[in-house]
Design a protein around this ligand. Structure first.
Ligand code: ARG
Ligand code: GLU
Length: 723
């Protein structure tokens, strides 16, 4: 037996073998996020799965492919073009930040929604961009030719970065468009991405939170779901239809390619395809790294966030002011918290680590005996094992610092005090120094706007013990001596910090002296932790990550060789991908009663005027009472959301969900938390993406928003008998 398999792994390995063998070979049938130009190579699979249009329709470079209707929306979401006039559909939560910038107490779009009734009323959104992907070209050979696996990393990296720069320049010149070359499959593939980024984007429609965020954090990552998670924008272009900065004279972008909408419905088992920009997946990592996610990283994050959320929730309940300051922060913290819980549960239930160990045994056999195996493959896993194991404590400490220490907001503010100190120590001209400090102080305004010191003091008492007890030898001497000074009482320590620090109030920052800063308890806490990070944690982590990046590149390369490139698709990296599967309930035969689709009647049952997250707008309740559904009625109600087994990830929010004919039937917005392990281990028994039914979107636009004028520019598939 190879040395990489420690006692624990062996025990698990034995246990699994005596159990069900059926689990050993995970089905790759539905897994995968394919790079669009590569789908044609395995087109038999997608046709067998149900696609009824030529594969070339999904992606081509002559401008007529569906790729021209799927866009990067803002930073990190997907959107789709649904008219010839640049009309764009994405999620409500993707437009949320932009709308926050446009909303005021007089124009509270979160409470009342927003609907433009013509082009003139559409609202410019400063800073928002939309990117179209025109061409993706495999440039692996051009980047990697002549490079060997034995080469030193530094040498290799510098050759690659020069080649990338030159190629990008060439592509920009050739296409007269933006060009970027991105690394795929841990540096084993490179693709050039030729794109257009439009910068004049305007808000067209935004349902009130009672629809667009219905169910809030409570229902987030959950099924059944009743959230109308959509918003609409329009792309504007200059007189030549090209990207331009905002200008009132710009015209709606003339989109040659846009999606046809199909409102005939779908049934369980129907083909679906999700086209979008998934962010990060790691399906090919070693069991050792996956173990660190399951046993170290995720549990620490969950534990620290549970404490943080409990305190926040308490204070938010007691004081509406605190609620308003913390609601958006809370949503972000809770989003990861819930996702990681699902991830750990799913990975454990699915024996994901053990399955990887089995696959690694097979890999080792292949490396030892196959003539195809490169020499370096033999001791690759052993090297990864050594590197991984020696870094457990560093990884854990890093997480405790990020989630526990920096979860105490005031300690993070110490960084600003530190910047002020740097300016003071730089011996600048007094006026320049004064201006620089004023600028730093001004930038803290957004922090204080959403900060409550009393709440944060309780967070200190809740999170500091976690760090001190768990980070052991790494705990800075200053932290230990302070705790001792207060006789081991975290409460007394917190009391001292929050009653003595200058950092709890914005006003205190305007006229500080050097000695005030260096004697301040918040600055001292910050200084000690950043010294720890800079001297011990970051150097160790980067050396770990550098070696692992090399091993992972070689491991990926040998996995590709071993599989003869079958069934292998590169991990998600925020580039355009295609995933396909079918409409499918969770455990539809089981007793849980999960269905594949939800509807308005169920949403109304959930309606609760006492809980903001579950309060439907009066107008919607009225439409329901009157059964005033117009052409959007299906079996006496309106469908809201559906689930399918497409392989998606964060970044796929807002992605178009297409039927077998390539027509739009929904907009992706979430996954079920039981299946969030799919970022490491997709399994169609539990992994489901959640999509908004396009008929609910249209019903809300038409009947609730009264913005029926938008329907006229859309293209609809001919009506069929309703499913
Ligand atoms: N879980 C979804 C995602 O990861 C939706 C998040 C926004 N919704 C919320 N209730 N926080 O982005
Ligand atoms: N809500 C996620 C997003 O904004 C998509 C859900 C997921 O992670 O699959 O990207």
């Amino acid at each position: 037996m190879n040395s990489i398999f420690n006692k624990k792994s062996l025990r698990l390995f034995g246990g699994l073998l005596s159990g069900s063998l059926a689990c050993v070979n995970p089905s790759f049938a539905k897994e995968g996020m394919k790079v669009p130009p590569t789908v044609v190579q395995s087109q038999r699979d997608i046709i067998a799965a149900g696609l009824e249009i030529p594969v070339e329709t999904l992606y081509n470079t002559d401008g007529s492919g569906i790729n021209n209707a799927v866009v990067i929306f803002g930073r990190g979401c997907t959107g789709e073009i649904i008219s010839g006039q640049g009309l764009l559909l994405t999620n409500h939560h993707c437009g949320y930040g932009t709308v926050q910038g446009l909303a005021t107490t007089q124009n509270d779009y979160f409470a009342n929604g927003f609907w433009a009734m013509n082009n003139v009323q559409e609202l410019p959104c400063p800073g928002l961009t939309v990117t179209f992907i025109r061409v993706m070209e495999d440039v692996t050979k051009r980047i990697l030719t002549g490079l060997t696996d034995e080469m030193r990393d530094g040498e290799r990296d510098s050759i690659i970065s020069v080649r990338i720069k030159n190629l990008e320049k060439g592509f920009r010149f050739l296409y007269k468009k933006d060009a970027a070359i991105k690394s795929f499959a841990n540096g084993n593939q490179y693709w050039a991405i030729i794109s257009d980024t439009y910068k004049d984007i305007r808000l067209v429609g935004f349902p009130p939170n009672g629809i667009g965020a219905f169910g809030g954090d409570t229902d987030n990552w959950s099924w059944p779901r009743h959230t109308g998670d959509f918003s609409m924008f329009r792309v504007y272009a200059d007189a030549k239809n090209n990207p331009a900065e905002y200008n009132p004279n710009n015209k709606p972008y003339q989109s040659k390619e846009f999606l046809t909408i199909n409102t005939n419905g779908y049934k369980e088992g129907d083909f679906t395809l999700v086209y979008g920009f998934p962010g990060v997946t790691q399906e090919y990592v070693s069991s050792m790294q996956l173990e660190q996610v399951v046993n170290i990283i995720d549990p620490i994050r969950i534990e620290a966030r549970t404490k943080r959320l409990n305190v926040w929730t308490d204070y938010m309940h007691q004081d509406r002011n605190v609620f308003l300051k913390y609601t958006s922060k809370r949503a972000g913290v809770a989003n990861g918290w819930k996702k990681w819980q699902g991830e750990v549960m799913g990975l454990k239930r699915n024996n994901a680590v053990e399955k990887k160990i089995i696959a690694e045994h097979q890999f080792q056999d292949w490396a030892n005996s196959s003539p195809d195996a490169p020499l370096y493959a033999k001791d690759l896993l052993a090297k990864i094992q050594v590197k991984s194991a020696s870094r457990d404590a560093i990884i854990a400490t890093n997480e405790y610092i990020r989630e526990a220490v920096l979860g105490i907001e005031i300690i993070g503010l110490g960084a600003e005090l530190d910047k002020i100190l740097d300016v003071m120590d730089a011996n600048l001209n007094p006026q320049i120094s004064k201006d620089s400090i004023a600028k730093i102080v001004k930038n803290t305004a957004s922090f204080y706007k959403n900060y409550d010191a009393k709440t944060d003091q309780s967070i200190f008492s809740a999170l500091m013990p976690l760090f001190i007890e768990k980070a052991k030898n790494f705990v800075p001497a200053y932290y230990r001596s302070e705790l001792a000074r207060f006789g081991g009482s975290y409460q007394d320590w917190a009391d001292y910090v929050y009653s003595n620090s200058i950092a709890t109030k914005a006003d205190n920052l305007t006229s500080l002296t050097r000695s005030q800063i260096i004697n301040d308890p918040v600055w001292k806490l910050y200084d000690a932790i950043s010294t720890l990070r800079n001297e011990k944690i970051i150097p160790a982590l980067s050396s770990f990550n550098d070696s692992l990046a090399r091993f992972n590149r070689l491991y990926m390369k040998s996995q590709m060789l071993k599989s003869k490139y079958q069934d292998l698709y590169p991990d998600a990296n925020s580039t355009l991908r295609i995933a396909y599967g079918k409409v499918k309930g969770i455990d539809p035969e089981g007793s849980s009663g999960y269905a594949f689709q939800t509807n308005l009647d169920e949403a109304v049952t959930k309606h609760n005027p006492d809980v903001a997250e579950f309060t439907l707008p009066a107008k919607l309740l009225n439409l329901h009472k009157e059964k005033d559904y117009g052409r959007w009625a299906v079996n006496g109600t309106v469908p809201i959301a559906f689930i399918a087994d497409n392989h998606t990830s964060g970044g796929n929010s807002g992605s178009p969900v297409l039927n077998a004919k390539g027509e739009l039937i929904g907009t992706n917005f979430d996954r079920v938390w039981e299946g969030t392990m799919s970022d490491y281990n997709f399994d169609d028994r539990w992994c489901r993406n959640i999509s908004l039914d396009v008929r609910y979107t249209l019903f809300i636009i038409d009947k609730l928003g009264g913005a029926g004028w938008l329907l006229k520019e859309m293209r609809f598939a001919p009506a069929a008998s309703k499913k």
